[in-house]
Design a protein around this ligand. Structure first.
Ligand code: SF4
Ligand code: SF4
Length: 136
């Protein structure tokens, strides 16, 4: 989801340019608010109805971004460039993408850095899957 500064933090300790966009790939639900849909509509110069239909879908009562097949993780956000691993709608991305990881550290960046060091291979890509279970 890729950003370089966070209000309140002097500097972030992750570098999205050295990452493979775990955040845009492994989360099945990227929430989209009505404001996000309006921003997408403006960006693509379509109606909000068309933007909602083309770029989002309902997951129960929640509206989320559509996904598509991804060569690394199986699936990823439809707006992820799979060659550069960068967001293709950076200025129009949803708020939740702007907020992630809401910390000076990113656990996935720590993981890729750690594995690359462990494997002594600057290009290795640890694959990750994350699932959630309701607690009771
Ligand atoms: S909109 Fe952009 S930043 Fe958000 S999940 Fe998709 S590719 Fe990532
Ligand atoms: S997983 Fe973390 S380091 Fe990687 S692109 Fe997303 S925010 Fe950046």
């Amino acid at each position: 989801m890729a950003r370089t500064s966070i209000p309140g933090y002097a500097r972030v300790k992750y570098d999205c340019d050295k990452c493979v966009a775990y955040c845009c790939s492994i989360y099945e639900r990227v929430q989209v608010t009505p404001k996000d849909v309006r921003r997408l509509a403006e960006h693509f110069k379509v109606t909000t109805e068309a933007a909602a239909l083309r770029f989002t879908k309902l997951n129960g009562k929640e509206r989320i971004l559509r996904r598509r097949a991804d060569r690394l993780f199986g699936q990823a956000c439809m707006f992820l460039n799979q060659d550069t691993r960068k967001c293709t709608i950076y200025d129009a991305r949803p708020d939740v993408c702007r907020e992630f990881p809401d910390s000076s550290r990113c656990a996935y960046f720590d993981l890729i850095e750690w594995e690359r060091k462990q494997q002594d291979d600057p290009d290795v890509i640890p694959l990750v899957k994350i699932t959630f279970r309701e607690s009771k």
